[in-house]
Design a protein around this ligand. Sequence first.
Ligand SMILES: Cc1cc2nc3c(=O)[nH]c(=O)nc-3n(C[C@H](O)[C@H](O)[C@H](O)COP(=O)(O)O)c2cc1C
Length: 198
Amino acid sequence: MHVFIVYAHPDDNSFTHCVLEAFIRGIKESGHTYEISDLYKMNFRTDMSIAEYKRESSQDMALAVAEDVKYEHEKMDRADIIVFIYPLWWSDCPAKLKGWFDRVYTYGYAYSDGHFESKIKIKKGLVVCSAGHTLEHLKEIGIEEGIRKIMLLDRLQNVGINDTELIILGGTANRDKSVYEHNLERAYKLGKELFLKD
Ligand SMILES: Cc1cc2nc3c(=O)[nH]c(=O)nc-3n(C[C@H](O)[C@H](O)[C@H](O)COP(=O)(O)O)c2cc1C
């Protein structure tokens, strides 16, 4: 089985990068394969061009899709599971990842007007989000529900990735070592046990 990880954090010394490393260690130990789009390292262009905007707004599939976007589609075509790893910034994903959705989810690939099926064949999506606030607090203030609606419902289920899961690795703001360790152990287990339910 093959995992496609979409990762968005600019700093290799961050906690979120440790989460990525722990997750990958788990995947490797499980014997499965992975590939990664490290969006900052790739310097992935996240602003839509006018040509891209015109293609999406006119839903004209005759208009060209950018080469770097096609490359992301190919990674999705190869994957059994897609995993997003990022920090919670202002209650959403970093703009770098939002721009990935804007550009990669093209008309005719990710969605249609109902006349044909989405080309996304991945059935399972996992969202792993590190957060300064605790999970309990994010639930209390309604942000956890917002992330579920936007990431799981809109950005995964609505393009045909029906089996979805959200893991918030929260409470990083208090810089408690035991919270870090607990979250990293969870990330490792998520990687190691990713395919156990299939
Ligand atoms: C610009 C910015 C915005 C942030 N916004 C939130 C937020 O809305 N909610 C939250 O729980 N944490 C927020 N945080 C905290 C990060 O989620 C937390 O630092 C991260 O998950 C773990 O640290 P790392 O940057 O070392 O990976 C924010 C951090 C930054 C830098």
